[in-house]
Structures are given as C-alpha cells and as structure tokens.
Design a binder for this molecule. Structure first.
Ligand code: PMP
Length: 437
C-alpha cells in the first residue's frame, strides 16, 4: 500500500464508514463500476457550481463533474428552475409531453445531420437503438467499432475497449456473461490508423450496417482523432453504403453543432447524444437521417420497436431545453479554453519537473497520463501504469481538487479561472509526490 493510500484511508473516515455499510448491500459496495477505487470511493454530499461538498465535510473543486456530464456545474439556476417546474408538473404520465417535441426541434436546429430524433434514458440505450436502426435500414448484420471506443454497457458494443485481439478485426467481449454470437457480429478496428482500419472494414463492406465512432476516445484516454482518420472513415462509409454512427454522447458539449460537424466537417448518418444534455438527469438521444430514423416510425407498425417507460421523461426534456440554451457558442468556447489550459499546464508541470506526467484533452474534457508523451491509441493508453495515476487522484484530493480515480478531468461553465490555477498549483505539488512513490 502506498503512503498516499494509507493517508487516504485515515483521512476520510466517513467515506470509509459508508463504504463499509455499502458492502452489505451492493456488490463490492458498488453500483457503477468505474467509480470504484481502492480502498474505498469518495462520497459526495452536495454540489454547487464547480464546488462539491464531500461526505467528510470537506469542500473541493470539482473537476470530475460526473465524468464530464455536468457541463454547467451543479445547481445551474436556469436548469434547476426547469427541473423544479418539470417535477411540479407531475408525471411522467404515459402520454407524450410538449417538451419532447420542443427538445427534438432544438436538436434538429443545432446538430448537423439530425432530421428526426428519439429519446432514451442513457447514452447506452442510444447506441443500442442506433445499431438496431442501422441494421434494419441496411439489411446487413454486422457493425464495426474502434479499439478503445466505449459506447455503453450492452452486448452490441461492449467489446474491444480494454481487451484487444491479435487478428485484425477480432472482437473480444469486455465482460463475462456476454452472448458470444453477438460479440462475433462486431469488428474492431484500430483508432487513428486509417490504413489499419480500412484493412478491417474493406473485406466485410457488404456485411456492415454501421461504423460506430467517437471524435475522441473518451473512456480510453481522451485521445483525439486525427482529422484524416475521421474524414477517411466517413468517406469510406459513404462510399460503401455503411452508416456512420457518430457517438457524441461525451463530445457534443465541446462543439456547438456537435464536435464532429464543428471540428471535422462531418455529417453523420446517425448521432448519439447523452450525458450533459439532461442537466444532471438521465437522458440519451439518437438523431439522424429521416429515412434511417423512419425505422422507428410506429405508423403502420414500427420496423424497429423502441419502448421505454421513461423515454422522453418530462423532467429530462425540460432540463435539456435549459441546457441547450445555456451551453451556447460562447460558453462552449470558454469551457474548452479552460480544459486546454489545464492540459497544457499539466504537460508543462511534467516537463519542468522531469516527470512521467502528461495530459490529453478535447476542449473541456481531459485526462492526465503517467507517461512522457501523450498516448495516441487505446492500446498505448491501456499499457500505462495504473497505480501511480490513482496516487495522483489521492494526492490531488488531499489538496482540495477532485478528478476521477483514473485522472479524468473536465471543466464546466461554473469553473473559475482561480479554480484552474488551483488545479495546476495542486498538481505541481501532488504529481512529484505521487510519482516518487
Ligand atoms: N458513449 C460514450 C462516448 C460515452 O462516453 C458513454 C458514457 N461514458 C456512453 C456512450 C454511455 O452513456 P451512458 O453512461 O449514459 O449509458
């Protein structure tokens, strides 16, 4: 056990006590795999803006922001007002509400390529429905995704994120319990390597319904795509009647009309949204070409059936309208610039102290890496040491700065310049200590 882990164990007695209680009723005390950290996770009590009160009574600067989903911070005034109004109106009712129509209209106006919309309760559900729609539309069975691309916690896509095969295209399921025949229907291609990717895609072009892709590998290291890579994949899809399914669940908050459209000039066939859109409430959305989205049209019998007790939840719909209004072009630019400053600052600290510390970011979403050079692929990111990264998390927390245990960070519209400074000051102290162990 490192010194930082020992100190962590002693420093947060209430978090430790709650975790011990949790062990009695949640497997491993956990209900969201990635939030587990040894010896126990931190517990939050309340949040306001970009500040968070931990269960131990300590206030911290929140750079975790629910894994970047809180793009407006906590308790944003307009979003809170919309949420309260939504709650006061009662529901959900089992009847559609006008807010879902309004939110769908806003998404159409804002996101390139979105002609029609369906709402889900999470990003995972959005990608699941996208894959079904693609298969139904194309009449082809297979899909392809990139190494390291995380698209949600379901069998259709939960492959090739941290587990990589040797044969080109080989898909390896991330967890036990997945249906092998479903996993076998997925091909996995290297990210940021266009020739390598096309070598996987080309032989199966006739079989492929869609290619799922992110503008940056969010879960696997915040690794931005090379422009020629994304452009090349999009061109190949268009040339082979394969749908480009752009997963913007995490990235949409970094570009006004979607990061893919804004920064890469993409016009996806389908786009998946989620995370920040719900203003803290569960939401997902799927939008795209009218002819593809028509698969969900119930008139005359849906081709793809998409049910859900909470689809189009009135509170999430109201929150979404307020979020889109607040996350305008100016706000996105400011939040992205702060993320850039954090990443540049972290790289500078690594260089000045001669540490194996660097950072990657895509606008306001970033990640610290225990390495001298930023990783360019999921395999490279996965090969980096884990323990020192967790020690950086622990050492930052001692200094009042919260990131995820795997050192992801994000900025939001409530993040102040002082907080950015405090993050970098804390990192300059925390990293040498964590990396010296
Ligand atoms: N796609 C991407 C790119 C994501 O980052 C995530 C969540 N981290 C998902 C899909 C799944 O979204 P959710 O957690 O809402 O199911």
């Amino acid at each position: 056990m490192s010194q930082l882990e020992q100190r962590y164990t002693l420093r947060w007695p209430r978090a430790r006590a709650i975790y011990e209680q949790a062990l009695g009723s949640l497997p491993g005390g956990n209900t969201r795999t990635q939030v587990h950290v040894d010896p126990f996770p931190m517990y939050a009590e309340r949040g306001s803006g970009a500040r968070l009160a931990l269960i131990d009574g300590v206030e911290v600067d929140d750079f975790l922001l629910n894994y970047s989903a809180s793009a407006l911070g906590h308790c944003h005034q307009a979003v809170s007002a919309a949420i309260h109004a939504g709650i006061d109106a009662g529901g959900p009712f089992g009847l559609p509400v006008p807010a879902e129509v309004l939110l769908a209209e806003r998404l159409r106006e804002r996101f390139t390529g979105v002609e029609l919309v369906r709402f889900t309760n999470s990003g995972s559900e959005a990608t699941l429905q996208a894959v079904r729609a693609a298969r139904a539309f194309c009449g082809r069975p297979r899909i392809a995704k990139a190494e390291g691309g995380y698209h949600g916690s379901h069998d259709l896509v939960d492959v090739g994120i941290t587990r990589f095969g040797e044969a080109p295209g080989e898909a390896i399921g991330e967890t036990r319990g997945m249906a092998p025949e479903v996993v076998a229907g997925v091909s996995v291609f290297p990210y940021n390597d266009l020739d390598g990717a096309l070598a996987v895609l080309e032989p199966q072009a006739e079989q492929l319904a869609g290619v799922l892709i992110e503008v940056f590998l969010n879960a696997s290291g915040v690794i931005p795509a090379r422009p020629e890579f994304l452009g090349g994949i999009a061109k190949w899809c268009a040339g082979h009647g394969v749908l480009l399914i752009l997963d913007e669940v995490a990235s949409w908050r970094t570009g006004y009309s979607g990061a893919g459209a804004e920064h890469h000039g993409l016009r996806p066939d389908l786009i998946c949204l989620g995370k920040a859109l719900g203003g803290g409430f569960p939401i997902g959305a799927l939008g795209g070409r009218a002819d593809v989205m028509a698969m969900f049209d119930p008139r005359g019998g849906s081709i793809v059936r998409h049910a859900g007790t909470f689809n189009g939840h009135p509170v999430a719909m109201s929150a979404g309208l307020a979020v889109l209004e607040a996350l305008n072009e100016g706000a996105i630019a400011r939040v992205n610039a702060q993320g850039q400053r954090l990443a540049e600052g972290a790289r500078r600290i690594g260089g000045e102290h001669g540490l194996a510390l660097t950072a990657t970011n895509y606008g306001g979403v970033g990640r610290l890496h225990v390495a001298h050079e930023p990783p360019r692929s999921a395999r490279a990111a996965a090969a980096l040491p884990r323990e020192p990264r967790i020690d950086i998390y622990r050492a930052l927390l001692e200094r009042g700065v919260l990131v995820s245990p795997d050192c992801r960070f994000a900025t939001c519209t409530a993040t102040s310049e002082e907080q950015v400074e405090r993050f970098l000051t804390a990192l300059a102290e925390a990293a040498p200590e964590a990396l010296a162990q």
